[in-house]
Design a protein around this ligand. Structure first.
Ligand code: PLP
Length: 447
């Protein structure tokens, strides 16, 4: 059995941890909860625009469709990648104009294409003949982006088995068909795999798009969009610097003679590190072994927490995520014991950590999981009656004052948020900190 060490290499964000400690010590707080650090999202956007100044980010809504995140990103000027009618509708509903949306799903239900047409979302991807015929029938003026397949040799979630066409054989054939159907193909896209662990793939992919760009010219197309997809890391301590250097150099190498708008579809980069999940231990099972002499010792401890693989930890199954438990105890080194962590449902599959050495903990104590913002909440279900964790949003006063301007929140709403922020007083008795701490229900009801 492989031992996982969740206790290595972690550095606490003091502001977030002090809030977690205060909320979890609240007697009424006995359910799992998230802290969403909005400053982190704002910082990610700053990093993106400084590292990839020529690449317009289209946030992949599927990754975390929290309306607060969408509003913040919209207010910062980001664009959006939507994969379905519902995602488009959500983004349009917050006032984002259709030209800031790419419908980046190469296999779309006809009704979703019709809906995109009805709201004017015209940029959409394809990778097959049948998609071209569908689009010709219901949205002949759509602006199409061919998705080619270029796979990273190592990625957390490879996507090439499902999407993207072979750039050498299939893509030219599809472009010829599109041309014969009189369709408007405006660009090329790829997605190297989510959680890309091979930065060099971006150079291969950009070179491939240039070859196809040159071929498309021979058919009379004049491509204006290059979509370099998602795949950028987002957890604490990760960096997009290496990928950004490769992308920037490759764009200079292959596209410096061409006027083309470069866009990307980052998902986890923006949200992974912003969300920290705190779970409560509600039950414990001690496992004992008896030796030949009749001595009984505890050999293992099973902790049952209030979120599991049917909730936030679906990311273990679907997103191949390795989660790191951090016990909320004073001494991480005390009385360590082989342990496992289980979700709350009645399913034996509902296991969060198979085996790990942890300090001994008790019922009512908490375990914290960082980097839980990507591909967690949108997939979570309340199976067995265990609710999906609620989210608290944290803004520093700087972020809050900027945001209330850019979100153009009416003053009565700002007043409600600032006054409904009871927790701020409750959790900062000295009132020295500048954190604005907003309950999700309060914020969502007014956004
Ligand atoms: N774009 C498309 C079409 C995707 O399928 C995905 C993820 O599955 C993304 C963007 C976001 O990828 P990531 O979260 O790795 O940036």
């Amino acid at each position: 059995m492989k031992l996982q060490s969740g206790l290595e290499d972690f550095e606490k964000n003091p502001q977030i941890w002090s809030l977690i400690e205060q909320i979890s010590s609240d007697e009424c707080q006995d359910e799992a909860f998230y802290l969403c650090n909005i400053d982190e999202i704002i910082e990610k956007h700053r990093v993106w625009t400084s590292e990839l100044p020529k690449v317009a980010p289209h946030y992949a809504v599927k990754c975390n469709d929290d309306i607060v995140i969408l509003k913040v990103l919209a207010s910062l000027g980001a664009c959006f990648d939507c994969a379905s009618q519902a995602e488009i509708s959500k983004v349009v509903s917050i006032g984002v104009t259709p030209d800031r949306i790419v419908f980046a799903n190469p296999a779309k239900p006809i009704s979703h294409i019709r809906y995109a047409a009805s709201v004017g979302v015209s940029d959409m991807t394809f990778d097959s003949e049948s998609e071209l015929y569908k689009i010709r029938n219901v949205y002949p003026h759509a602006r199409l982006i061919i998705r080619i397949r270029v796979d990273a040799v190592d990625a957390q979630c490879p996507l090439g088995n499902k999407f993207g066409c072979d750039p050498i054989v299939a893509a030219p054939r599809l472009l010829r068909l599109a041309e014969s159907l009189n369709l408007n193909v405006i660009g090329i896209s790829f997605h190297v795999g989510s959680g890309c662990r091979e930065p060099a793939v971006f150079r291969r992919a950009i070179k491939s798009t240039r070859d196809l760009y040159d071929y498309s010219k021979t058919l009379g197309f004049d491509f204006s969009v290059l979509d370099i997809g998602g795949g950028y890391p987002g957890v604490r301590g990760s960096s997009i610097n290496e990928i950004a250097n490769i992308v920037n150099n490759s764009l200079d190498e292959y596209f410096n003679d061409v006027k083309i708008r470069v866009i990307a579809e980052p998902g986890r980069f923006y949200v992974a590190s912003a969300y920290t999940l705190t779970c409560n231990i509600h039950s414990i099972k001690n496992i004992y072994e008896e030796d030949d002499k009749g001595n009984i010792t505890e050999t293992h401890r099973m902790y049952y927490i209030d979120d599991g693989v049917y909730g936030s930890f679906n990311c273990i199954l679907y997103d191949h995520q390795l989660v790191k438990p951090i016990p909320l105890v004073e001494n991480l080194e005390a009385n360590k014991i082989s342990s496992s962590i289980w979700g709350p449902t009645c399913d034996g599959l509902d296991q969060v950590i198979e085996e790990i050495i942890l300090p001994e903990m008790n019922i009512g104590e908490c375990i914290v999981f960082e980097d839980m913002g990507a591909y967690t909440l949108p997939v979570a279900s309340p199976f067995n009656g265990f609710p999906v964790p609620k989210v608290y949003y944290v803004f520093t006063s700087g972020a809050w004052s900027d945001l209330k301007e850019t979100l153009a929140l009416p003053s009565n709403i700002v007043k409600i948020i600032e006054e409904s922020n009871i927790k701020q007083n409750q959790y900062n008795p000295e009132r020295k900190t500048s954190t604005i701490f907003v309950d999700s229900a309060a914020l969502k009801s007014i956004l």
